[in-house]
Design a protein around this ligand. Structure first.
Ligand code: MTE
Ligand code: MO
Length: 469
């Protein structure tokens, strides 16, 4: 189809509504689906999430689309090709450290542009067990570094002394392990905690979490090659290749016991969902520390330091820590709280979304969400209520990593329920709470877990909807 016009992603992005026409991208093709949207068997709202953007991540979620008849129907709507020079978005300003950020999917809801922070629509999040990379939340603290595989090296050091440097090929020579692990930001669901009392931090909804399969070398294998012994050190520090304006790298650390434990499955990952990790998620190597807060899952890994000390980085020392609700910015002492590592049990309702109009059938509504717990704890039950806890209903587990061994449940759980609601009422408030394999439960309200940075926001998720009955 070389006879067709070429379009840039920017031009395509403007065609995301009826007035300008609705275009989508599939592989190299550009398609005008304006007239098809209303006829889409799965509903116009679903297909509109791809308006002005790529349909491909949606087809990994709604996998029944990869069929010849659908592809030929799509081909009949083709208007052009995407411009080859469009792989990167260049800003005109050479001094802008954000001039070379990767293209992002338009369905992501942007929380911050520079550094880029965004989450997918909640209802989409639970449509598939594995979150496609393009729709996986993004949380950067700094510009995305430009990394060339020809020069990329991972440095391994003990305190100040470099022991070894590994190229990507060297890391790939280690046995390859694949695990399923969710990655969650400590600030996931912060917008709800902020309603209890103002706090500092990005206003995340329920989407600062995703679940993926990750493949790579085990950190313990690499450290064993260096002859590292647990008794001699305390921490393993990670440095990303993203730099702040003062020339300091993003950094974080984990306890050495976790790094050396083969059962902790800590990876130097080079694949996400079977593909090389994308730039936004840490190309070419990212630390995957299953069951541990996102902040320690360092992207664009440049250096691993075995040390007696924790990472000196501000994200280890003066951020990502929890405090009492009575601690404020006048009396906070970051040295007094340990850095967050394993996250507590959490759950969220993803569909319906707040204030949706929900059809009632046989006095029931369909509700769907996720649940997860840190430290490899399995989700054993999810309780849902529509009457403020007078009656609790146990949800069905729709998807969970069935291959996960005891104590190594790193992946999330997707659940659903046909939830009974009161007959004839026009409004309902739905609550959810999950229970993990240590019988940890979520706290009831945000008031008593509030903390000044808005971390660990795992109170019951409560959401109001309108009922159509
Ligand atoms: N690694 C580097 N190098 N730089 C970062 O800004 N952000 C951290 C972590 N790793 C970050 C990083 C935080 S706070 C989170 S929540 C996760 O990456 C987000 O991972 P994601 O963008 O792949 O979803
Ligand atoms: Mo985060």
């Amino acid at each position: 189809r070389e006879d067709l016009k070429t379009y840039t992603m920017e031009e395509i992005g403007r065609h995301d509504n009826k007035r300008t026409g609705i275009w989508i991208v599939y592989k190299h093709g550009v398609y005008d689906i304006t007239d098809f949207v209303e006829k889409h068997p799965g509903g116009s709202d679903k297909i509109m999430m791809a308006a002005g953007a790529s349909i491909e991540p949606f087809w990994t979620i709604f996998a029944n689309h990869n069929k010849d008849d659908i592809l030929s129907l799509l081909e009949s709507m083709r208007i052009g090709n995407i411009s080859e020079s469009d792989a990167k978005s260049h800003s005109a300003d050479d001094n802008d450290p954000y001039r070379n950020e990767p293209q992002r999917h338009k369905a992501l809801k942007i929380n911050g542009q520079k550094p880029f922070c965004a989450e997918p629509p909640a209802s989409l999040l639970v449509e598939s067990f594995y979150t496609p990379a393009e729709l996986f939340y993004v949380r950067h603290h700094l510009p995305v570094p430009e990394i060339d595989l020809k020069t990329y090296e991972l440095e391994l050091a003990v305190e100040e002394n470099t022991q070894k440097v590994l190229k990507l090929e060297d890391i790939k020579k280690y046995p390859k392990y694949t695990i399923t692990s969710a990655v969650m930001c400590a600030g996931n669901r912060r917008s709800e905690m902020a309603k209890a009392k103002p706090l500092k931090g990005l206003s995340w909804g329920v989407g600062a979490v995703g679940n993926a399969s990750w493949s790579g070398a085990r950190l313990c294998d690499v450290l064993n090659d260096l002859g590292i012994k647990e008794d001699d050190y305390n921490h393993v520090q990670f440095e990303g290749l993203d730099l702040d304006p003062s020339g300091t790298y993003y950094g974080a650390s984990i306890p050495i016991s976790r790094a050396l434990d083969p059962r902790a499955d800590v990876l130097l990952a080079y694949e996400m969902n079977g593909q090389p990790i994308s730039r936004d998620h840490g190309f070419p190597i990212r630390a995957i520390v299953p069951g541990v807060v996102g902040a320690r899952n360092v992207k664009w890994l440049g250096k691993v330091i075995i040390s007696k000390e924790e990472s000196p980085s501000q994200w280890q020392q003066r951020d990502y820590k929890g405090f009492s609700p009575s601690t404020d910015w006048n009396n906070v002492d970051f040295s007094k709280s340990p850095a967050i590592q394993e996250l507590p049990v959490i759950s969220a309702i993803c569909s319906p979304e707040p204030m949706d109009k929900v059809p009632v059938k046989d006095n029931k509504i369909s509700v769907k969400g996720y649940a997860w717990s840190g430290g490899g704890k399995k989700i054993i039950r999810i309780d849902v209520t529509a009457d403020e806890g007078n009656t609790w209903h146990t949800a069905n587990i729709v998807a969970q990593d069935s291959a996960a061994k005891e104590g190594r449940h790193w992946g999330w759980t997707i659940w659903n329920i046909e939830l009974p609601v009161e007959p004839k009422v026009k409004h309902a408030e739905i609550w959810v709470k999950a229970v993990d394999s240590s019988y940890n439960v979520q706290p009831e309200s945000f008031k008593n877990i509030w903390n000044l940075r808005g971390f660990l926001c795992n109170a019951y998720h409560r959401l109001e909807v309108e009922l159509i009955q």
